[in-house]
Ligand binder design. Structure first.
Ligand SMILES: [Zn+2]
Length: 143
């Protein structure tokens, strides 16, 4: 069974290694499609009714990324930004491209869900940076 959730988040970022406009401080309204696969277990689902609450799924992603500014810890401006103690900055150990945000997001969900439900098979994230550009990344359970 696959549980899917689509949501939108507003995220700022700066690609410090990129030569071009994406090295400026800017942001996107990302559309995120989450697909969570569980192994079939009819008895469980008939009793409990659901694997994961859609609202909880949204809350996890919103709290971690929405209205945050993602900045690589290697960015030359990190020291200055930290001194300003501005709200909403999230310093990450990667260049905050859609690719890396998808990897980070899938890992976050996978680890949280895996702890609670051993029937988790995979977490797949598709992030649209624009309406016609997206990245897909999945983590599979290798039992
Ligand atoms: Zn961008």
């Amino acid at each position: 069974m696959t549980i899917s959730k689509t949501l939108e988040i507003s995220v700022g970022h700066r690609l410090h290694l990129y030569v071009g406009p994406c090295s400026n401080f800017h942001g996107h309204n990302y559309k995120v499609n989450i697909h969570i696969d569980y192994s079939q277990e009819e008895n469980f689902i008939r009793k409990e009714g659901f694997y994961i609450d859609f609202a909880k799924l949204k809350k996890i992603i919103v709290e971690a990324y929405d209205h945050k500014f993602l900045m690589s810890m290697d960015d030359q401006y990190v020291t200055d930004i930290k001194k300003l103690n501005l709200p909403g900055f999230k310093f990450v150990p990667y260049s905050p491209t859609a690719e890396n945000i998808a990897i980070d997001m899938a890992g976050l969900l996978y680890n949280l869900i895996k702890k609670k439900n051993g029937n988790l098979e995979s977490v797949k994230i598709e992030i649209f940076e624009t309406s016609n550009s997206s990245v897909i990344f999945a983590i599979h359970n290798n039992r």
